[in-house]
Design a protein around this ligand. Structure first.
Ligand code: NCC
Length: 276
């Protein structure tokens, strides 16, 4: 519904989207090969109470932002896929509390998911474009990319590192909201890691600042801040309904236009402090 206010949308998000990760022994994960592989406690229980959190998009326009210190001042920082901090500290900061990775990355040998130092830091959360509407058994039988084996391999390699699997239902509950907020048919592909990560942090933190998910005045054709490669599809979307996702976040933004234009910063309340 394009007439809902930002507050309505935030309350719909809170009430209709169940942000969770798969916990030990659920459904197909009761098989012996999964023993001890999945966490027993929720991310909220493991990470404890978080006051302010930063979500750092991988957009090319992070470059030259000078937002590093501001990002690091948050209690927790979420980054995506292979986004590095080394060499980009001034613009993206140094702290990585959580890293959300997609299954394509986990399954691609050239991404070095199992060996890369990047993935040895902080808590990992993985997701995969699951069959609609995100039933656990269906997903287990046919994930989009084979993520379960690399998941177990990494768990065995570093059993002390927290590593969760996003429940496949989340992406489709979110997709429904993205569709309802749009005034045209949205392709039935899951939202990008950017929106999934933003909502994940809204479930864990009191206040969430999202950087360069909505483009600031630094907007450029550059895809990632860490790669010299241009493609507008990175900002506008192709497979992911990115434009519609961004429109939803723009409507939910509680921050000022100046924060958005100059710093590329969106402010969202966490679910715990949202009074609906
Ligand atoms: O590029 P990616 O996304 O890792 O970026 C993380 C999130 O940042 C936001 N973003 C990025 C670039 C840009 N110019 N504008 C943005 O707003 C988006 O919200 C994005 O989700 C993904 O969502 O997981 C994605 O992953 C990549 C790729 O698989 C990984 O980087 C691993 O190599 C996808 N690229 C390709 O498949 C070629 C991308 O489509 C989505």
């Amino acid at each position: 519904n394009p007439y809902l206010t930002g507050m309505d949308l935030l309350c719909q998000l809170k009430s209709r989207v169940n942000v969770s990760t798969v916990l030990g022994d659920e459904g197909p994960f009761a098989e012996p090969i999964w023993r001890g592989m999945l966490p027993q406690r929720s991310l909220a229980e493991e990470l404890g109470h978080l006051k302010t959190c930063a979500v750092v998009s991988s957009a090319g326009s992070m470059l030259g932002s000078g937002l590093g210190n501001e990002i690091d001042s948050h209690n927790a920082v979420l980054r995506f896929n292979g986004a590095p901090t080394t060499g980009y500290e001034h613009d993206v900061g140094t702290k990585t509390t959580l890293r959300l990775v997609n299954s394509q990355l986990m399954a691609s040998p050239e991404q070095h998911f199992l060996e890369g130092q990047l993935y040895a830091q902080g808590t990992l959360v993985a997701w995969d474009p699951a069959p609609y509407p995100g039933d656990l058994e269906e997903w287990y039988k046919s994930p989009d990319y084979p993520l379960f084996e690399p998941f177990r391999t990494l768990r065995a390699k570093r059993p002390w590192q927290l590593f969760h699997l996003l429940h496949p239902r989340l992406q489709w509950e979110l997709w429904e909201l993205v569709q309802e907020g749009a005034d045209e048919q949205v392709q039935r592909n899951p939202p990008s890691s950017g929106l999934l990560g933003t909502v994940l942090m809204m479930s864990l933190c009191e206040l969430v600042h999202v950087y360069e998910f909505l483009p600031s005045q630094r907007q450029s054709h550059r895809c990632h801040y860490y790669q010299d490669f241009s493609d507008d599809a990175c900002t506008l979307g192709a497979y992911h309904p990115l434009l519609f996702e961004k429109n939803l976040v723009r409507r939910m933004n509680r921050g000022t236009q100046a924060d958005l234009a100059q710093r590329g910063c969106v402010t969202l309340p966490g679910f715990q402090v949202l009074n609906c």
